[in-house]
Design a protein around this ligand. Structure first.
Ligand code: GAP
Length: 440
């Protein structure tokens, strides 16, 4: 088994080789810390998002979904505290003009990590992490807009709209998935920290006084969901934020951390945001954001919010790092992505054992059966059967279906399971149900 940075290098290289993740604008030398998802990557990402949406929106009565725009009124970010508070203190090297976080170890040593100059740093200055641009043709202060640094605010400003257009009553939640942008000073570790990323966020509105209990509820629910993706429990843990770590909006916060090849790091947060956000939006917009209890109309309050906030890209990195295995099977090395079949981009690969005797025609028929049933299938007739298995093991395909001499006699195919390597014969008429039944 590979370790640490070696494992990260292997993952990055597998991702490129198999079409999971490519560096953005690679033919121009790449755009810094921005990544594109390839044919398999986009399927894996969509499958993660679909699993999240299903668990939170489709399987529950008490959560509604929305899709708010990335661009919002600039006042939103004043109200949210991001204009004043979403800042990192930075120093600049007076010689090479590169900027570094003031708390970086090199800065403490007073040596520039880029040009090596000594004692060349400026005093720390606050740097806002939001990307700023202009709406419309005039570039002045009145037309400033920001690319959202979190999707949550799109939910808060729609709280009354969802409440009045749905049948929800408190406690209830609003969920959304979408892009967010942060001008990170120290991006890195592949898709772990980037400047453009996607979030899956759910804001659960509760009566003040019940917030601690709901925080515990959502901690348990979210940990259970992560484990339902097949992630090894021993590599998961909670980390509670100490007072110095808490975001400006949070009363209490827990991260779900994963033991990445580069150490324990957060990929999802569960936060008690109190009534901070709705109160601020009420003050800044002048619009009432109170909840009126439908039974006792004298009972009015600004709801507290329990937030669950997961990064799609980081969850995808968790899934990939957790699934990566190097094994030796009967003296032959293999790399396998042991992805949960529900998340695997391709569910089944179809191979004719040889390219003659009518096997390619039957294999083509099986492949089309799967495709028409919306089960992503991959047809491969090139190279030895062993090589074809290995390619699909690396791509994370859970089932390989081989059409051989016996198929021509009895209409059965050999199904080989990726992780256990178990093989069994299944009738062509049952192949679609067989694969579907095991995807979950
Ligand atoms: N709405 C709350 C919020 O945004 P956060 O802890 O700043 O909280 C939540 O971010 C999640 O978003 C993180 O756990 C992480 O998965 C993801 N995330 C945040 N910044 C990221 C970045 N620069 N690159 C990739 N993912 C990021």
């Amino acid at each position: 088994m590979a370790d640490g940075s070696d494992l990260m290098d292997k993952l990055v290289s597998l991702c490129k080789r198999r079409g999971y993740v490519f560096q953005s604008s690679e033919i121009y030398g790449g755009a810094g810390s921005v990544w594109d998802y390839g044919p398999l990557g986009v399927e894996l990402k969509n499958n993660i998002k679909a699993a999240w949406w299903r668990a939170l929106v489709h399987e529950r009565e008490d959560i509604e979904g929305i899709d708010a725009a990335i661009l919002m009124h600039a006042r939103v970010w004043e109200a949210s505290g991001h204009v004043a508070g979403f800042v990192d203190p930075l120093v600049e090297c007076r010689v090479c003009h590169r900027r570094f976080r003031a708390d970086a170890p090199e800065v403490a040593k007073q040596v520039c990590p880029v040009c090596g100059s000594k004692d060349s740093f400026t005093e720390p200055r606050l740097f806002n992490l939001m990307f700023k641009t202009f709406m419309g043709p005039v570039e002045d202060e009145a037309s400033v807009v920001y690319l959202r640094p979190e999707t949550a605010q799109g939910i808060y400003v729609n709280f009354q709209n969802v409440l009045s257009s749905s049948r929800q009553r408190i406690p209830f939640g609003i969920a959304q998935i979408g892009k967010a942008f942060r001008n990170e000073i120290t991006p890195g570790n592949f898709i772990f920290r980037t400047r453009e990323f996607e979030q899956m966020e759910m804001q659960f509105f509760v009566e003040p006084g019940t917030d601690e209990q709901w925080l515990e509820h959502w901690k348990a629910e979210r940990m259970q969901w992560v484990q339902s993706l097949g992630i090894q429990p021993a590599r998961l843990r909670f980390h509670e934020h100490e007072s110095g770590e808490l975001a400006h909006y949070a009363k209490r916060a827990f991260d779900i951390q994963y033991e990445f090849p580069f150490g324990w790091q957060e990929f999802e947060g569960i936060h008690n945001r109190t009534d901070f956000d709705l109160k601020r939006h009420q003050d800044y917009s002048g619009k009432k954001l109170e909840y009126v209890d439908p039974v006792n109309r004298d009972k009015r309050y600004i709801p507290y919010i329990i937030e669950t906030s997961a990064g799609v890209d980081r969850t995808l990195l968790v899934v990939l790092a957790d699934a990566y295995r190097e094994e030796v099977i009967e003296g032959e090395p293999r790399v396998v992505l042991a992805l949960h079949p529900r998340l695997a981009p391709i569910k089944a690969a179809v191979f004719p054992l040889v390219n003659k005797d009518g096997m390619p025609e039957v294999a083509g028929r099986v492949h089309q059966l799967l495709r028409h049933a919306a089960v992503p299938s991959f047809y491969d007739d090139s190279g030895s059967i062993g090589r074809r298995y290995r390619r699909q093991d690396e791509a994370g395909t859970p089932f390989a279906l081989t059409i051989d001499g016996q198929t021509l006699q009895d209409e059965t195919v050999t199904v080989r399971e990726r992780d256990s390597l178990r093989q069994e014969r299944v009738g062509i008429g049952r192949v679609v149900d067989y694969v579907r039944g095991r995807i979950g």
